[in-house]
Design a protein around this ligand. Structure first.
Ligand SMILES: [Zn+2]
Length: 457
């Protein structure tokens, strides 16, 4: 089964959102998970220890290190243990514990685990060099030499001067990569060119006869999406429910490098005021994006019941990711996420039983996701990370995600309870997301937090 056809999009998306460091140019290029070959450098057997020998943990004076490649954060100090996150190359970490096998205990994106010391350096990575400033190195010749018209490209932002001298008046600045035609140049290397309806001279030291490589399609790095650095355990991402609002109608979410829409009743957490009537908000696991404050209200317009009385079978025929708002219901507890109307009564009943057992409401982190939302994730995060629009199960509005925390994980009482009692209310944990595959291997697509509504049979 390929990752494309494996319907486990919520995990991959959520994990990636969690791994996003505060954006900096140095780290932005590796936000998307690295291909397995890059992200999982072979961990060498520690010198003097067999691979199987248990390494001892020792406390050390605090050290600062920098990753020399994309480096996996593992649950335990072994290359075969669960990967918690991937640290981009050049990430600064500190550690006060290491194993005799050369693994360091570090925290990253609010996850704590182990990284191999073989890919750490005590030296900070070199900062990228600043661009050279165009400057004339030689005095211009007195007489320009006649030549045939030459095609050149600027290799940096380059000043157009009134005469063939760095000290003459600046007429304009040509952006890097500008194509110029020069009918004339001096022996000292100044080229006569026209730019923006002005004719003057540019230094040949910053011209190339080779056209610059075409820019690649915008990678994630150019998308100034401001990811959070914390563990993704909630769509609120650390913002208290006191700051929770709901969309009054279908509303646009401006992510800086694109937009997506969410339906009426979508929970949104206000982070701060922005400008011109817009707020910085967290929505659907995406943090610090912009929405118009006039689209948001303290109360949800969505019903908490199947007001339209649509049956589960009829509901399943609705367009994926584009469910009409009247067929969506608000989950009346927890975050108030949206869910398909036919599922809400059973979910409320499930929660009632859950609360009786555990003393608090089931925390439903995420329900419905629109196709438009999925398209954004797909476009920005890529096909390896996000499900193809139209194939994410959350677009069906019959799935929920519980928190990615130990309170709900594989060995928790809550997970065991959900497995045992969920089906009585029509809520099941799909087999494809089990911890182990049918053949007993660890399932790379495992998700303990995802449940689907299949109805009561
Ligand atoms: Zn899910």
């Amino acid at each position: 089964m390929t990752s494309r056809s494996t319907p486990s999009p919520c995990r991959t998306l959520r994990r990636t959102l969690a791994a996003l460091p505060a954006l900096g140019a140095a780290t932005a290029l590796v936000l998307a998970p690295l291909p397995a070959a890059m992200a999982a450098p072979t961990q060498p057997a520690a010198v003097g220890h067999s691979v199987a020998a248990p390494a001892k943990t020792v406390t050390i004076a605090k050290v600062t290190r920098y990753t020399t490649t994309g480096l996996n954060l593992r649950k335990s100090a072994t290359a075969t243990s669960t990967r918690l996150a991937t640290l981009p190359k050049g990430t600064k970490i500190t550690s006060t514990q290491r194993t005799t096998g050369g693994w360091y205990r570090v925290s990253y994106a609010k996850k704590t685990g182990w990284v191999s010391g073989a890919y750490l350096s005590a030296k900070a990575p070199a900062k990228p060099k600043p661009k050279p400033k165009p400057a004339a190195k030689k005095a211009p010749a007195k007489k320009p030499a006649a030549a045939k018209t030459l095609t050149r490209y600027t290799t940096t932002a380059l000043n157009l001067r009134k005469s063939a001298s760095a000290s003459s008046a600046r007429l304009a600045t040509l952006p890097k990569g500008t194509k110029v035609l020069s009918p004339q140049h001096t022996a000292s290397g100044w080229y006569k060119v026209s730019y923006a309806k002005k004719t003057g001279w540019v230094s040949g030291a910053y011209l190339s006869s080779k056209a610059p490589a075409k820019p690649k399609p915008a990678p994630f790095s150019t998308c100034r999406y401001e990811g959070h650095t914390g563990t993704y355990t909630s769509t609120s991402n650390g913002v208290s429910n006191a700051q929770r609002y709901y969309t009054k109608r279908t509303a646009g979410v401006d992510v800086g490098c694109g937009t997506f829409t969410v339906p009426a009743g979508t929970p949104v957490w206000k982070v701060a005021n922005s400008t011109k009537g817009r707020w910085k908000v967290n929505v659907g696991g995406v943090t610090k994006v912009l929405m118009r404050s006039t689209d948001l209200a303290r109360t949800s317009p969505a019903a908490t019941t199947n007001r339209t009385k649509i049956s589960l079978s009829a509901f399943k025929k609705l367009p994926t990711g584009a469910i009409p708002e009247k067929y969506l219901a608000r989950i009346g507890f927890s975050t108030g996420s949206l869910i398909g109307a036919p599922a809400v009564a059973d979910l409320n009943a499930l929660n009632k039983a859950f609360k009786k057992r555990f003393g608090s409401d089931l925390y439903v982190d995420l329900g419905y996701r629109t196709k438009s939302q999925q398209q954004y994730y797909y476009k920005v995060l890529g096909s390896k990370v996000a499900a193809k629009p139209g194939t994410s199960v959350h677009e069906h509005a019959l799935s929920i995600d519980l928190p990615e925390t130990s309170a709900y994980s594989w060995n928790s009482a809550r997970y065991a309870w959900m497995i045992k009692n969920g089906p009585r209310y029509g809520w099941v944990h799909p087999a494809r997301l089990n911890k182990y595959t049918a053949s007993g291997k660890l399932n790379p697509y495992a998700e303990y937090w995802h449940f689907d509504y299949v109805g009561k049979h």
